[in-house]
Design a protein around this ligand. Structure first.
Ligand code: IPE
Ligand code: IPE
Ligand code: MG
Length: 248
């Protein structure tokens, strides 16, 4: 089954699309509370919202979509909620992988996912294997991830390589450092979207967002629609990116 095509709003300039969009999928709990539902119902609704956004990114020919699904700090939540999120992840991967595969989406998982419960690790391995040769949208599911932890682990790996003589200390550059991050050969995000009304980064892709355009909205993630993505892209296209240089 192929995704239903969305019509691309004419105000969007197809020549100036973000290559990489990152989203902090936040506000599930507050959405559920507003509806008088348990928090987990918000997480399930959030997974539904993701499906439409992935489809829209496919239609727009976006190269990379990174979605923050569970942070290293989210383990602080009650075990019951963490468990329910893990079950949802498993269900989402099982249920969505075929559809993603048919739509040429390549799944990537960023974060310390190998430390997750065994049943999830197995499903992730399967999903990665099934979609590894796909050439369409790269969907980075960011799981058990923290930006600081990622930078520290890159530092440790570089130290080990220096000690083993694989690289010399003088060779360490931004380009080399980048290869030790989960995002390795992917372009940095051009646009970062955070719904839910919080105006913060919450330890997401700290290294990679140095020059990313940030876009915030009060909408809770389960209510985030393709139109909202289009709105973010339209705003992105109005911004002037200077990267420290001067206006062209
Ligand atoms: C984001 O929604 C999902 C995860 C962090 C797993 P929240 O659960 O943080 O929802 P709010 O912020 O409490 O509304
Ligand atoms: C960030 O949201 C993590 C994810 C969306 C997965 P949080 O809800 O954990 O962030 P804080 O606690 O509001 O900063
Ligand atoms: Mg939150």
């Amino acid at each position: 089954m192929e995704y239903k095509k969305v019509t691309i709003a004419s105000e969007i300039n197809a020549q100036n699309l973000p290559k990489h969009i990152a989203i902090i999928m936040d506000g599930n709990g507050r959405w559920a509370k507003k509806k008088g539902l348990p928090r987990i119902a918000g997480h399930w609704a959030g997974a539904e919202a993701l499906r439409d956004i992935v489809r829209t990114c496919c239609d727009l020919n976006i190269q990379v979509l990174s979605v923050f699904a569970f942070s290293s700090e989210n383990w602080k939540r009650p075990a019951q909620e963490v468990n329910a999120i893990m079950n949802l992840l498993l269900y989402y991967l099982k249920k969505e992988v075929d559809l993603l595969h048919e739509n040429n989406v390549k799944i990537n998982v960023l974060g310390a996912w190998e430390e997750l419960p065994q049943r999830i690790v197995e499903q992730i391995k399967y999903s990665l294997k099934q979609t590894k040769n796909n050439t369409g949208l790269v969907l980075n599911i960011v799981l058990n991830y923290g930006g600081r932890q990622e930078i520290l682990s890159a530092c440790k790996k570089i130290c080990a390589d220096v000690l083993e003589g694989k690289i010399s200390q003088d060779d360490i550059s931004e380009e080399i450092f980048k290869n030790y991050l989960y995002t390795q050969n992917l372009p940095d995000p051009d646009l970062l979207i955070r719904p839910s009304g919080e105006i913060r980064i919450s330890n997401f892709l700290l290294w990679q967002i140095a020059y990313t355009e940030l876009w915030f909205t009060n909408i809770y993630w389960p209510e985030f629609k393709p139109e909202n993505l289009m709105e973010a892209i339209r705003d992105f296209q109005k911004r002037e990116r200077r990267f420290g240089g001067l206006k062209k």
